[in-house]
Design a protein around this ligand. Structure first.
Ligand code: NAG
Ligand code: NAG
Length: 472
């Protein structure tokens, strides 16, 4: 799905008031101080209407003018649905605007009932068009156009010069405008407030399923930032999302996992709280039960984020029978497409543990003793062997894709110390390795002929050769 950049024109936090928000504001502002007044006056067909000698151009020009009226100066009236915004359309303050990265279209919808009310009030009052307010009403826009037309009609070459100077005066450096935007006396909605709003939306029993999913979808964008994820935790939002994993709606499970995966990512504080909030059990339950593949995919992603660099969670994972659950995923027909992801997770866990074992041997000062102690208590390798993962990993080498094979070969290498005996006694593994060796010898030769002397396929061949040597 495309990742929309979501923002709220009237409620931008300073940090988010960046490129897009600025652009939107500046564009609207410039259209009145610059584009309309300066860029291409003839296009507006306002200068020489009276002097036109033929009827044809006049007609044409009038049409152009009307088009400008409706297209450029129209204030878009959003509804509760996302709708594409046409170039040049102004948006009432308080609308929800996002950039659809797939279509490139800006889309807009109503934000809030209460905000709409405020905005309607603003419309009735007909605020003055001013750089210092970000509310442009259709009345403002029309009167601005009317003034422009008046000015344009009177225009002579001399006046044109004067107007250009005026435009130049109005056309201030972007830095200056930015400063003014920062000083804007508008309601600033911080990331925290946005997250609270989204959580309330999601947590509210009066929200529809679509609204809940949309809230989670938007929330995911915010929790990528470590600080935001920790803020989510501070007001109890994380637990609400974790509880979402219990929903009877598969989509809610899926999008709750989507948010959690982003929130856990390299964020130890959040990872710890999530374990205490029961996230691990819930994730495993989803993986172990009948669920749509899309939900399981995101849940597996969240599980990876939760376990990574967090030995305590890894211990709990093993205690709760996590390896058994992953085995089920790899062996079930409906979920075997997840096998490579599962293998990648196991590979990461194995190498992470090995890395810490090495650090321990070197007695480095960088790692806390508790963490080393915790890694020591992650009894991953015996668990893998006992539960038949030597066999499972060996059989996954039959996968057809190069990158899947690459991952499996890596994992076989990482498990060599644990599974060597098993691998040696597995006739199918030797056959598979031998046939892969032949296949990649041919491919690596072709690769070499194409001028790649350190190619990907040669690397794969190298791993196969190594493995065969080790198993001899
Ligand atoms: C979510 O809703 C429940 C019940 O409606 C309420 O008790 C809880 O405080 C809410 N949580 C948040 C973080 O708003
Ligand atoms: C969520 O579901 C699990 C079982 O899947 C159950 O043990 C737990 O009590 C439920 N939690 C909530 C908050 O409903």
């Amino acid at each position: 799905m495309p990742r929309p950049l979501t923002m709220t024109p009237q409620s931008l936090s300073p940090s988010r008031m960046t490129t897009l928000g600025m652009l939107l504001g500046l564009l609207v502002a410039f259209c009145f101080t610059f584009c309309l007044g300066h860029q291409n006056p003839n296009e507006f067909a306002l200068t020489n209407l009276e002097k036109s000698s033929t009827k044809e151009p006049e007609k044409k020009e009038t049409i152009v003018e009307e088009e400008m009226d409706t297209e450029v100066l129209e204030v878009f009236q959003p509804t509760h649905e996302w709708q594409a915004l046409q170039p040049g359309q102004a948006v009432p303050a308080g609308s929800h605007v996002r950039l659809n990265l797939q279509t490139g279209a800006r889309e807009v919808k109503l934000q809030h009932e209460d905000k709409l009310q405020n905005n309607l009030k603003g419309l009735k009052k007909g605020k003055r068009l001013d750089i210092n307010t970000n509310t442009y009403t259709s009345q403002d826009l029309k009167s601005a156009l009317a003034k422009f037309k008046e000015g344009a009609r009177r225009e002579s070459a001399k006046e044109d010069e004067a107007r250009k100077a005026e435009v130049k005066r109005l056309f201030r450096p972007i830095e200056e405008l930015k400063k003014e935007f920062n000083e804007l006396n508008v309601v600033i909605e911080t990331d925290m407030q946005i997250m609270v709003r989204l959580i309330n939306k999601f947590n509210s029993s009066s929200s529809s399923l679509e609204e809940k999913i949309a809230a989670l979808f938007d929330l995911e964008y915010y929790v990528h930032q470590m600080d935001n994820a920790q803020d989510l935790l501070s007001f109890g939002g994380l637990q609400v999302v974790i509880n979402g994993l219990n929903s009877t709606e598969p989509l809610v499970k899926e999008y709750a996992a989507f948010v959690l995966g982003a929130a856990f990512s390299s964020n130890p504080k959040v990872q710890v709280e999530a374990i205490e909030g029961g996230a691990l059990q819930k994730l495993l339950v989803i993986l172990a039960t009948e669920q749509p593949l899309t939900a399981k995919k995101k849940v597996l992603f969240a599980l990876c984020s939760l376990l990574r660099h967090f030995p305590y969670a890894q211990q709990q994972f093993l205690k709760l029978g996590g390896l058994q659950v992953l085995k089920g995923l790899v062996q079930e027909k409906s979920t075997e497409v997840l096998a490579v992801r599962v293998i990648t997770l196991l590979y990461d866990l194995v190498t992470e543990k090995q890395m810490f074992a090495e650090e321990e041997a070197e007695l480095t000062q960088d790692v806390s003793p508790e963490k080393l102690q915790q890694y020591r208590q992650v009894h991953l390798l015996p668990g893998l062997r006992e539960q038949g993962w030597c066999e499972i990993t060996a059989h996954l080498l039959a996968l057809p894709e190069h990158d899947a094979r690459e991952k499996v070969l890596q994992t076989l290498g990482a498990l060599l110390a644990t599974c060597r005996d098993h691998y040696r006694q597995d006739p199918q593994l030797s056959r598979t390795l031998a046939s892969l060796q032949a296949e990649y010898q041919a491919l690596a030769t072709l690769e070499l002929q194409e001028g790649e002397d350190k190619g990907y396929l040669r690397e794969l061949l190298g791993s196969i050769d190594n493995l065969l040597r080790e198993l001899r």
